[in-house]
Design a protein around this ligand. Structure first.
Ligand code: MN
Length: 424
């Protein structure tokens, strides 16, 4: 069972074994400590029935290796192309290799990550749902309630739409939870194409084909090689979900969220995946598809976009740095507006010239210090729609700020040039 398994990718790096670890905080400590190591941490959460991996794509280099690309531009173009031109799935029969977990959901790697978290969570699982010919796959945090029930945070997007449609016709929504897949599948599933574009078909385009088998109860498509498959229903019942430390490492509040009831929990000899909330892997998986959107939007208004970075400090979500080639004064401001259009949750953006590396915060600050005048080069937009993750926003409104730190007058470019040491 190779298919789109996690091992097909992770085997290339080798593993460091940590044995059996506690479900409370130990995965957090382990994953923080190993975020930039070459080998992949392998561990089993106490009393779970499947071995887990973490930090699969916790560096940008590894994310690009998972996508089979070697540069930013190639990475963004490949993802955008896959989302625009999804590819049909290759349907195969039951691949075998799954067994029923003996303790239901308790057999899965639910972990408690931070001291204020309201419970034990799966963080890298995605949910496949098909209703009336429309299929969707999306990542949701899932909080353990008991052996056969969990609370799922369903933000009002595509899964929520299908869920509401099912309830309106008097049925619960049949769902299949999948955990432990090749990271390229997760990148596609973390993206947000319009409803009707099935993220697994985008994964298929991204990977040059994706084999799926029908899930045993609902017949939903599941990538061959998945570590865990759970069949269940999203019911009309609600339960308290949260608090949960999310990507900004702020505690998301307690809400009444849909209850998942479980029909079957299946585990294989493949791996499960534990994703550290607020860690680099979380930031890259959520942020990278948004970087691609910003890159596409800014590329329409300036001759060349070099790098787009949703920064770690901004949780891979709220703050961006974009480096561009500028031909005319005013290009920097157009780039600012395009970046906000490309990623509506974006709050702050700094635009720099291509001699400034967005991955180097000191150079970015130097550009702001020497190329930026707040009375001319600052763009402020009041009361725009913002991210609900930002506690300083009000009722979904936020102020947005763009800093144009590109060289203001090209004819005087000489006075803005940074001194270099000869030979370095
Ligand atoms: Mn969708």
């Amino acid at each position: 069972m190779a298919g789109a398994s996690l091992s097909r990718f992770a085997d290339n790096y080798g593993y460091t074994d940590y044995g059996v670890i506690e479900r409370e905080y130990e995965a957090t400590r382990l994953l923080y400590a190993t975020e930039s190591s070459h080998s992949i941490p392998r561990f089993r959460l106490k009393e779970s029935e499947i071995t887990s991996l973490g930090n699969i794509v916790s560096t940008r280099k590894r994310l690009y290796e998972a996508l089979g690309v070697s540069s930013d531009g190639e990475a963004y173009e490949k993802l955008l192309d896959a989302l625009a031109n999804p590819k049909e799935l290759r349907k195969v029969g039951d691949p075998g290799g799954y067994k029923k977990a003996s303790r239901g959901l308790f057999s899965l790697p639910f972990a408690k990550f931070y001291e204020g978290d309201g419970g034990y969570y799966l963080t890298a699982a995605f949910i496949v749902a098909c209703l009336d010919g429309v299929c969707n796959a999306s990542i949701h945090r899932i909080m353990l309630l008991d052996e056969k029930r969990a609370a799922v945070r369903v933000v009002p997007r595509h899964l929520y739409t299908l869920y509401q449609r099912a309830l309106a016709s008097g049925r619960p929504l049949p769902v299949t939870i999948v955990l432990g897949v090749h990271p390229a599948v997760l990148v596609a599933v973390a993206s947000s194409p319009r409803l009707g574009v099935f993220e697994l078909e985008a994964a298929s385009a991204l990977m040059g084909g994706l084999e799926v088998f029908p899930s045993p109860v609902h017949g939903n498509p599941v990538p061959v090689g998945a570590g865990v498959v759970v069949e269940g229903f999203l019911t009309g019942e609600r339960a308290r979900e949260g608090p949960f430390a999310d990507i900004l490492l702020l505690y998301d509040k307690v809400r009444e969220e849909p209850v998942l009831t479980v029909e079957e929990v299946l585990v294989s000899d493949e791996y499960a995946h534990v994703l550290l909330p607020g860690g680099m892997e979380h930031i890259l998986l959520m942020g990278f598809p948004r970087e691609a959107q910003i890159w596409q939007a800014v590329a329409r208004v300036v001759p060349r976009v070099h790098k787009v970075r949703l920064t770690r400090g901004g949780g891979g979500w709220l703050n961006a740095i974009v480096s561009i080639d500028k031909t005319h004064d005013g290009d920097g401001k157009n780039a600012i507006m395009a970046a906000f259009a490309g990623h509506p949750s974006l709050k702050h953006v700094i635009v720099v010239d291509s001699d400034i590396d967005p991955d180097d915060p000191v150079m970015v600050e130097w550009a702001v210090a020497t190329r930026f005048q707040a009375d001319k080069d600052l763009v402020i937009v009041r009361e725009a729609r913002g991210s609900t993750l930002d506690p300083s926003g009000r009722d979904g409104f936020t102020a947005k700020m763009g800093i144009d730190a590109t060289i203001p007058d090209k004819s005087k470019a000489d006075i803005y040039r940074r001194a270099r040491i000869p030979g370095e």
